[in-house]
Design a protein around this ligand. Structure first.
Ligand SMILES: *Cc1c(COP(=O)(O)O)cnc(C)c1O
Length: 398
């Protein structure tokens, strides 16, 4: 402020909001980084956990706590932690709980970045990783060592939509005293609630179906044992994996329609899967709700008829056919994410599995003609028309 200014000298002094009898229906966004306490006594009480309150937003803030409470309700969890992304949640679980000398087992078809963290990052800190086919509990049992502390599993693998042997793995973990961490992003708490089936830790990429509008990156992690939650929370604060209050607010708004969106997109996914199977040039359709899916019986048993919104399929022809298909569907988002209200299509060979050697990815069926669809809530006729045009163009390019 220059000398001649007539602005009030107290302008920057923060003032409390006007108190009143009316309260907002919608959750306010609280962007404050710092919170003031009444006295050193009160601050000490907060740090010691005797009084509830906030101090510095990296250590927690109201919008994150509220979103965590909502996802806790969905998962039957408690004390959940909201992280700045799904990967921050995976990292909080793995790096917050494991130590040098520990061994961790992961599914060999985990999310690409989770695989990277397991195989590239954990070994730098002296934590060994073994990847294994989680569809077969005997294979999992065979790689357990005395130092095995945790098994990280995704119920439904990306993009093959293979279903893990969750019952076998949960029994094995209980018998051996190994922590079972479940990344429930694809299955969601509507189809599968890991805590009801023996899980110790639940992880989500909230970015996907829970937030549902492709406009935030957020994650969630919680543990059944509060001592584990506390350990993860300390690491989360130290790493600064805290989310933005604005993002938490958007995800909270998204979560209120999660169940409606998921129901509609599952209905569309089942219809689209059957329709794709009728199109010329489509070699195979992969959808756990179809009787021809290799894990259909297990999916029907574990997921109670909620087969998800993800459909994969393979067309005849190589890259040229794949390019022709995508170019013939200009209104469809060709984008490597999932769980948005709008349908998105991804080409695994050039996105999630780009760095996987060709022979390895082809051994699990991911060829140049392989696509993964995250089905949204559009009118099914629009989707059918798009894919009919795409597949016809692909067939002409073969
Ligand atoms: C996307 C995803 C992640 C990572 O989440 P981000 O929010 O992108 O960091 C982890 N696991 C699964 C299964 C995912 O689909």
């Amino acid at each position: 402020m220059t000398d001649g200014s007539n602005l009030p000298k107290t302008l920057v002094r923060r003032m409390p909001l006007q108190p009143g009898v009316s309260r907002p229906v919608v959750t306010p966004i609280q962007p404050s980084v710092v919170y003031s306490s009444e006295s050193p006594d009160q601050l000490e009480g907060q740090y010691e956990g005797k009084e509830h309150g906030y101090t510095y937003s990296r250590e927690g803030h109201p919008n994150a706590d509220l979103l965590a409470a909502k996802i806790d309700m969905l998962e039957g969890g408690q004390g959940g932690i909201i992280c700045a992304s799904g990967m921050a949640a995976v990292g909080t679980a793995l790096m917050g709980l494991l130590s040098q000398g520990d061994h961790v087992i992961g599914g060999d078809q985990l999310y690409g970045r989770s695989l990277r963290m397991m195989t590239q990052d954990l070994p730098r800190f002296g934590i060994e990783t073994t990847l294994v086919d989680t569809g077969d509990v005997a294979k999992v049992a065979a790689v357990i060592r005395p130092e095995t502390k945790m098994i990280l599993v995704e119920v439904m693998a990306n993009p093959t939509l293979a279903i893990a042997d969750m019952e076998g793995i949960a029994a094995l973990c209980a018998e051996k005293g190994i922590l079972l961490a479940v990344d429930n992003t694809f299955t969601t708490p509507t189809a599968y609630r890991p805590y009801d089936h023996g899980a110790d830790i639940v992880i989500h990429s909230v970015t996907k179906l829970l937030a549902g509008h492709a406009d935030v990156t957020l994650g969630y992690v919680s543990a059944k044992d509060p001592a584990l939650t506390e350990k993860m929370k300390v690491f989360w604060i130290t790493m600064g994996a805290t989310p933005s209050p604005h993002d938490c607010w958007l995800a909270e708004r998204g979560i209120y329609t999660f169940d409606l969106r998921y129901a509609k997109s599952q209905e569309n996914a089942a219809l689209l899967a059957d329709y794709l199977a009728t199109l010329p040039g489509v070699k195979r359709v992969v959808y756990p709700g179809r009787a021809d899916h290799p894990d259909h019986a297990r999916a029907a048993h574990l997921l109670q008829g909620q087969f998800g919104n993800m459909v994969s399929f393979e067309i005849e022809g190589g890259r040229a056919a794949a390019n022709a298909m995508i170019r013939a569907m200009p209104d469809m988002a060709f984008a490597p994410t999932l769980g948005d209200v709008g349908t998105t299509v991804s080409h695994s060979a050039t996105s999630s599995h780009r760095l996987v050697p060709v022979a390895a990815r082809e051994s699990i069926g991911i060829t140049e003609g392989f696509f993964r669809v995250s089905v949204g809530i559009e009118d099914i006729e629009i989707l059918k028309a798009d894919f009919a045009a795409g597949c016809a163009a692909a067939a002409r390019a073969v």
